[in-house]
Design a protein around this ligand. Structure first.
Ligand SMILES: [Zn+2]
Length: 107
């Protein structure tokens, strides 16, 4: 039987540690979606953590970030679809206000 060299063991351990760290990191990022990105007129006007409470006042809309959820607090559009969308917290979810060209997205 061939002897395993000390150097080989270190390489294997380092590789395993890196792999575990990488998987953990990826899971953490994918968990709930962490960033809220707000676009107005196709321009990004806000980008921040979903877990940092904030109130973002736009020209016609007010977006609220609270307790890891984002929602349209108020808007002056007629249909109020964006306000009625409710709270979003998962990656890929969006709140769209077509009349005011506002998009709130979790990334
Ligand atoms: Zn709206």
């Amino acid at each position: 039987m061939k002897m395993v060299k000390k150097g080989d063991i270190i390489v294997i351990i380092v590789s395993l540690v890196l792999l575990v760290l990488c998987i953990g990191f990826c899971l953490l990022i994918k968990k709930d979606g962490i960033y809220v990105v707000i676009k107005e007129d196709n321009k990004t006007v806000y980008s921040g953590s979903l877990f940092k409470d904030d109130t973002i006042k736009l020209k016609h809309n007010t977006v609220k970030i609270k307790n890891g959820q984002a929602y349209m607090l108020c808007a002056d559009c007629k249909n109020q679809i964006c306000v009625n969308t409710g709270k979003i917290s998962n990656s890929g979810e969006t709140i769209v206000c077509l009349p005011n060209k506002v998009i709130v997205e979790i990334e």
